[in-house]
Design a protein around this ligand. Sequence first.
Ligand code: FES
Ligand code: FES
Length: 156
Amino acid sequence: MTLSLTINGEERLFYGDPMTPLVDVLREAMLLTGAKAVCREGFCGACMVHIDGVPTPSCLKPSGLAVGCEITSIEGLGIEGEVTPLQQILEDHDVVQCGMCFPGMVMTLTAYLKDNPAPTRDEIKQALVGNICRCTGYERIIDAVLSLTNGVEAAQ
Ligand code: FES
Ligand code: FES
């Protein structure tokens, strides 16, 4: 079966089973490897993409159900060749360790900050409840986001 998918503003064709999880279509057919397939059960958030602007675990989304939707992966954020201010602040704060969680983390935070551009520390924690990071302990990620959004000094 041929599926026409709108990915990062472009029409892309996928030839295969419409039950194929979107994360596998992105990674294996489209070679967009930012979204990571880690738990494949919707718990870790590493595969997060935006579907019609809503952060969605792409491991749980059959690709056939994404036809007609605007799919945005981390490769589609920002202006071509440039990172977003959120990505830059995370880089500046040197918070990325193994990096497995970060594309999903960025996708979640990007959508969240559109709705709440000046969150509190607790609100950022709540926003990240579906994104598991095994390396960083979260605090430096939250510090980085606060420094972007509120100009708040990082907690020590
Ligand atoms: S791989 Fe999709 S939520 Fe973990
Ligand atoms: S940086 Fe390794 S899981 Fe988050």
